[in-house]
Design a binder for this molecule. Structure first.
Ligand SMILES: [Zn+2]
Length: 250
């Protein structure tokens, strides 16, 4: 027996013992529709439930996770959903004609109690202040995590669109804000689109093309009344999207 397999065996024994002594229960959810080859393992430990999801079945798992969450809530258990690979690209899916890379965040948003109405799009710009590459997706996402914020979409310099938060959820991108018609808390009824840029930088033509495609796609899905910049809805606090040429948005 190699050293590694011995170590693994010891770890398995220790974990099993831990489960036994901590009174942890473990149950496995298996999916019957055949879409997913990998079983989802659910562990319930002292009031927190961790659901380990499989890479290529995120959507399916979210549905299952929601069911499990409801069950757990009824039992008074709080639930945390653990992403398979927090920093990796989980899957690619397209909303109508626009290619979007799913890269869902685990923080910086809330799930509304009832379905929300979306009628506003807010454009932002940001970059990674801390890393060596200001346009690193993982660096920017980390920054959002650190500040407890997010946006629904992030467009990189090449025009690749990442989905960070699902449209149905309330992403924390606008902060204290007021829509052109006077409504406050713009987060509640808007989608936030972040585009990578620095204060002094210019947006790329690929970004203009991607943001136009994305807005067009969103307009097909929702009755959009306003497409505004962050600086329009929070003029005292915000100046982004920096150097954005509004003439290039149709
Ligand atoms: Zn902003």
């Amino acid at each position: 027996m190699g050293l590694l397999s011995m170590l693994v065996t010891v770890l398995i024994i220790l974990f099993s013992a831990g489960y036994y002594f901590l009174g942890t229960t473990q149950k496995e959810i298996s999916l019957s529709n055949g879409e997913l080859p990998v079983p989802i393992t659910t562990e319930i430990t002292k009031g927190t439930e961790i659901i380990d999801t499989a890479r290529d079945a995120k959507k399916l798992i979210e549905t299952r996770a929601e069911e499990t969450m409801k069950e757990a809530e009824n039992d008074g258990i709080s639930v945390t959903i653990k992403a398979p690979e927090k920093t990796g690209v989980v899957s690619t899916k397209s909303v109508s004609d626009v290619a979007i890379q799913n890269r869902l965040m685990q923080s910086g948003f809330s799930v509304p109690k009832s379905p929300r109405t979306i009628d506003t799009i807010v454009l932002h710009s940001s970059y990674d202040l801390n890393g060596s590459d200001p346009y690193s997706v993982s660096g920017i996402v980390k920054e959002y995590e650190d500040y407890g914020v997010s946006a629904h979409y992030l467009i990189d310099r090449k025009g690749i669109i990442y989905r960070l938060v699902e449209d149905k959820n309330i992403a924390y991108h606008a902060g204290v804000s007021k829509a052109p018609d006077g409504r406050k808390n713009v987060n509640d009824f808007s989608l936030g689109i972040e585009m990578m840029n620095t204060e002094k930088g210019q947006f790329t033509s690929e970004q203009y093309s991607a943001v136009n495609d994305l807005i067009a796609s969103l307009k097909k899905q929702y009755k959009i009344k306003f497409v505004v910049g962050h600086s329009d809805i929070a003029p005292d606090r915000k100046t982004d999207p920096w150097n954005f040429d509004w003439k290039k948005v149709k």
